[in-house]
Design a protein around this ligand. Structure first.
Ligand SMILES: [Zn+2]
Length: 129
């Protein structure tokens, strides 16, 4: 397993752990379903739908939202509205860091699923989508 893949597995394990704790009543739903309004807006407008149903409310369909951070980007990160825009951000000459978050627009559950570097000089990378 490449480090990137094992990191993804780790995020998944952490996420499933949180879900279990909510099911057991050890963590309040309100503590985990607190997506920032900005994140919810991004989820509704530019989120990429997944086939997965929200593990918390069992109703909403999860969507993926990617935030890109880096030099010359807004402090809160840029949230690309299209796959093409994301690809372009990942090809910037300045290195960037992408955060992929799963969000439930229904109950505001959110969790980091993936974090990966992109951009940078003279690095050829396959589009990460
Ligand atoms: Zn939900």
């Amino acid at each position: 397993m490449s480090p990137d893949v094992s990191a993804q597995v780790e995020y998944r394990i952490v996420r499933n752990g949180v879900v279990r704790e909510v099911e057991r009543g050890r963590i309040l739903k309100t503590d985990v379903c607190d997506a920032h309004p900005e994140l919810l807006r991004a989820a509704r407008n530019v989120g990429r739908p997944t086939k997965e149903v929200c593990p918390i409310c069992d109703e909403g369909r999860l969507v993926k939202v990617t935030f890109v951070f880096g030099a010359k980007l807004p402090a809160g990160g840029r949230c690309p509205g299209t796959a093409a825009e994301l690809k372009k951000l990942c090809r910037r000459p300045e290195p960037v860091l992408c955060y992929e978050v799963e969000v439930c627009p229904d109950c505001a559950w959110h969790h980091l699923m993936r974090k990966y570097p992109a951009g940078g000089p003279k690095v050829r990378r396959k589009a990460v989508l």
